[in-house]
Write a protein that binds this ligand. Sequence first.
Ligand code: SIN
Length: 461
Amino acid sequence: MVLIVKNPATGEVVGEVKKHSEAEIMEALENGHDAFGQWSKVNAHERARLLRNWSRLIQENIGEVAEIMTRENGKPLKESVGEVHYATAYIDWFAEEALRVYGRTIPAHTESKRIIVNRQPIGLVAAITPWNFPAAMMTRKAAPALAAGCTFIVKPAEETPLTMMKLVELAQEAGIPKDVLQVVNGEGPVVGKLFTESKHVRKITFTGSTPVGKQLIKESADTVKHVTMELGGHAPVIVAEDADIDFAVEQTMLSKFRNAGQTCVCANRILVHENVVDEFSEKLAAAAGRLTVGNGLDEQTDIGPIINKKGYEKITAHVQDAIDKGAEVLVGHQYDANDEKEYYFVYPTVLKNIDERMTIMHEETFGPIAPITSFKTIEEAVEIANDTAYGLAAYFFTNDYRVGTYLHENLNFGIIGWNDGATSAAHAPFGGMKESGLGREGGTEGIEPYLETKYVSIGNL
Ligand code: SIN
């Protein structure tokens, strides 16, 4: 059995990969478990060296990796190159963090005791990763796992397995043993269940939708696995009255239209003070109208295709619902879709006069749609922004430090961009509050979920 991989810009087949049987996946889990014994004993400096080798090899092959990514995911080649840099930044960061897994000693309560705290790798980690960042979402899980001394098995999204397989091939070339870092292909629910039911897997790490994340958490409960969940978002952007409007527009463009709006941290609701909403909207619409839509392999492309029909239908439904309820289209609302050839393009769309009755104000759109609403007071803006089950990313624009302090202290989101529309970095802790997830990836926090704490109390000294 094989999985057919198609270019979402053209519908052309770009590759096929072997679909693993249940027996093969079970065997891979067994192998990952067996390999843990040895890998966890490899000293941290050697693990760091192997990670650095892996990063170097990916960089040496950046052109090839980026092209594979654009062919299977559709994102513009320049964004794929950017993602490969982002992916290797995680490997570089965690190669360093491998050397900083410290224990400690605790002053004991009698002279005859010593208390020593050790950090140990938790065991075999199973990951499920999404199609929107086929490289970086894997390395930000695999690199800390391997750095900590865990073994790792990953199931990539069915739409984008090729990038991941190339990364795993390069890992082996770098000297990382094959059972330490494995990839298996199959359908999400089937592989997910094998992962969660396996007694060998000690941790599940997932990036994807909130409903799937909840399911994985439930399934992990029976064997009390550790979980890290990076789930959906519904990011608000707040533009205060005093904001530098041109700068706010430029940064909102970065947040909104990266990967054709198919990211969990994308601007989803744009709240602009009523005195500057017209200026901001006109400028955003003008900038969005200048973006070029097309095949990601074309150099001039800024906005690639939507990943599949399901994604396209959700976007068009959100836009139609907003228009039916009174939204004004400033630019876009244009599509190029072909069911037979299986490609779906959505032109960057800016909508004004958005209000709370519209679906787009409550559900993640995952597309290049910028809905704008206005507010009167900063307190009202915070109330609207926090009125969501999600809590991943939020952005705001102000040069008034009192307004900025009020905003960052009162917004219930794990990632805040203050005059910044591009917040992601390997050295910062990425993750959400509420139904956007559990745990953090990246930063010094990013290796913690792969470690257990053990203390030894030595007596009778
Ligand atoms: C995501 O959309 O889940 C990840 C985006 C990022 O890491 O910047």
